[in-house]
Write a protein that binds this ligand. Structure first.
Ligand code: PSV
Ligand code: MN
Ligand code: MN
Length: 424
C-alpha cells in the first residue's frame, strides 16, 4: 500500500486557496516565517516500530485491524506516514521484536520509503521463550552475574543488528528496580547496573551514542534503578562521552518540571534525545500535545534556547522520537497528530523573542517574561507547519488525505482484521 504522488498533488490542489489565505495572514506579522518553515522541513521525528499496532493495558486490548504483522509491514506503515507528512523519516527498532532476517532487503525497503534507522532498543524487561535465565528480578542490576551477563550480551547483539542497518545509537531502558522495601540493596543494584552498562558501552562503535532512559516507576512500584534524570546522568557521566540521558516525557513523577530538567541536561552536554508522548497521570503514552501543550512548548523553548547557546543543530544533534501507545485511535492517525503537535510546539518555540525575554529576566519583569512566552505560544503556527509539508512534497492535511484514501480500509483488506503487531 503506497501513497501516490498524484494523490498528494490533487489533495493539495483542493486545499491550496484556503491554505494560501491563512499563510499570507501569518507571514504578514511574522518576520522570520520563511526561516521557520525551512527548520520545520528539516525536522524529522522518528517513529517507533512498537507504536503501529493497537496498544493495551493489563485490563485488555481492543484490537484494530490491518496492523503490521512483521518488520516489512512496519516499515511500510511508517512509509505511509512519511509520504503524508515528510516529517517521519526514521524508524526505531525494538529487539527481539524486530529482528531482521535479511539486512540488505530491510535496508533497501527502508530506503525505498526514505527512512533512516533511528536508535536501536534492547529489551531486558520481558523473558523471551528461548531465554536461559529470567529477568523477573531485574537484568543489569541482578544479584546473579550470569543474568547480568545475559542482559549485556543481548544489548551487544542489538548493537550488531543496528550496525548492519546503519543505526547510530542504542537506547537502554531498564525495568530494573524493586517493588517492596528491603528487596534490593540500592547501592549494589546501582553498581551492578553501572558495571553492566560499562560492558555494553565498551562494545559501542566510535560513532555511536548510548541513551540511558530513565523512568520513575512501572513495572516496579517501589524503586527503579534508573529512576530519574539524576540517576541517568550519573550513569551517563560515569560511562563516558558517548553516553547521554534520554528524556521520555511520561517517565516523571507528577508535576515534574521537565523543561528545567531539559535545560540543565543540555547545559551539561548530556541530553541525548526524547521520547514524546503526553500524560495525565503517569506513563500514559497518549498523543503528544493532547493534554499539556503549554508544557510541550516550554520544553521546546528550552531546547531551542539551549541548543542555540551550544551551537547545536536542532534537527541533527538530538534524537527525536515518539513513544506512544494507541488504545482507542487508529495508530497511524494518532502518530500524525503527535508529529503535528511536535512541529507546532517547535515552531512556537522558534517564535520566542529571545532578546525581549532576556531583557525581562534581567529586569525581574515577571509579567513581561510571561507575555513574551505566551505571545509565541498563542500564535497559530499551523499554516507554517502546513507550508513546510507542502514544500517537502507532503500533504497539506495528512489526516484528511489518510481518510479520503481509506488507507486503514486498504490495510485491513491487505492484512486482515485479526492482526496483532508486536509491541506493548
Ligand atoms: C518504557 O515505558 C518505554 O518508554 C521505553 O522507551 C521502552 O523501550 C518503550 O517504552 C517500549 O517498551
Ligand atoms: Mn520511552
Ligand atoms: Mn514509557
Amino acid at each position: 500500500m503506497n501513497i501516490d504522488k498524484n494523490q498528494i498533488a490533487e489533495h493539495n490542489q483542493q486545499l491550496m486557496a484556503a491554505h494560501q489565505r491563512r499563510l499570507s495572514q501569518v507571514i504578514d506579522y511574522l518576520p522570520n516565517a520563511v526561516n521557520i518553515v525551512q527548520k520545520l522541513v528539516d525536522f524529522q521525528v522518528a517513529i517507533p516500530s512498537w507504536a503501529l499496532g493497537t496498544g493495551g493495558t493489563r485490563f485488555g486490548r481492543f484490537s484494530g485491524g490491518g496492523e503490521p504483522r512483521n518488520l516489512e509491514e512496519k516499515i511500510a506503515d511508517i512509509g505511509i506516514l512519511h509520504a503524508l507528512n515528510r516529517s517521519s523519516g526514521a524508524i526505531s527498532l525494538h529487539i527481539p521484536w524486530d529482528i531482521p532476517k535479511d539486512y540488505a532487503a530491510i535496508r533497501a525497503l527502508a530506503e525505498e520509503h526514505g527512512l533512516a534507522f533511528d536508535a536501536m532498543n534492547s529489551n531486558t524487561f520481558q523473558d523471551q521463550p528461548d531465554q536461559a535465565l529470567s529477568y523477573k528480578f531485574g537484568s543489569m542490576q541482578h544479584v546473579d552475574k550470569a543474568v547480568r551477563r545475559q542482559a549485556v550480551e543481548h544489548n551487544i547483539e542489538v548493537i550488531k543488528h543496528g550496525v548492519e542497518l546503519g543505526s547510530k545509537s542504542l537506547t537502554v531502558w531498564l525495568a530494573d528496580g524493586s517493588s517492596f522495601p528491603g528487596q534490593l540493596n540500592f547501592r549494589k543494584a546501582f553498581q551492578n547496573t553501572l558495571e553492566s552498562l560499562q560492558e555494553v558501552y565498551e562494545a559501542l562503535p566510535d560513532d555511536w551514542k548510548m541513551f540511558v532512559e530513565y523512568k520513575a516507576f512501572e513495572p516496579n512500584f517501589y524503586s527503579t534503578t534508573v529512576g530519574d534524570w539524576g540517576q541517568s546522568l550519573l550513569y551517563a557521566s560515569k560511562l563516558g562521552e558517548k553516553a547521554y540521558t534520554l528524556v521520555d516525557l511520561g517517565h516523571h513523577l507528577p508535576n515534574a518540571n521537565i523543561e528545567q530538567i531539559v535545560a540543565l541536561l543540555l547545559m551539561e552536554g548530556k541530553l541525548g534525545g526524547f521520547h514524546f508522548n503526553d500524560s495525565k497521570y503517569g506513563d500514559d503514552d497518549l498523543t503528544t500535545g493532547s493534554i499539556k501543550p503549554y508544557q510541550l512548548f516550554l520544553i521546546f523553548s528550552e531546547l531551542v534556547e539551549g541548543m542555540d547557546a551550544r551551537g547545536m543543530e536542532h534537527a541533527k544533534d538530538l534524537g527525536w522520537m515518539i513513544d506512544a501507545s494507541h488504545n482507542l485511535k487508529d495508530p497511524l492517525e494518532d502518530l500524525l497528530q503527535s508529529v503535528e503537535a511536535i512541529l507546532i510546539a517547535y515552531a512556537q518555540a522558534l517564535l520566542v523573542d529571545r532578546a525581549a525575554l532576556q531583557q525581562a529576566q534581567a529586569a525581574n519583569d515577571v509579567v513581561r517574561a510571561q507575555e513574551v512566552l505566551q505571545e509565541a505560544f498563542r500564535t497559530d503556527v499551523r499554516p507554517l507547519v502546513a507550508e513546510a509539508r507542502l514544500r517537502a512534497g507532503a500533504a497539506l492535511n495528512p489526516i484528511q488525505l489518510f481518510r479520503q484514501q481509506d488507507i486503514r480500509g486498504k490495510l485491513i483488506r491487505e492484512r486482515g482484521t485479526k492482526t496483532v503487531a508486536t509491541g506493548l
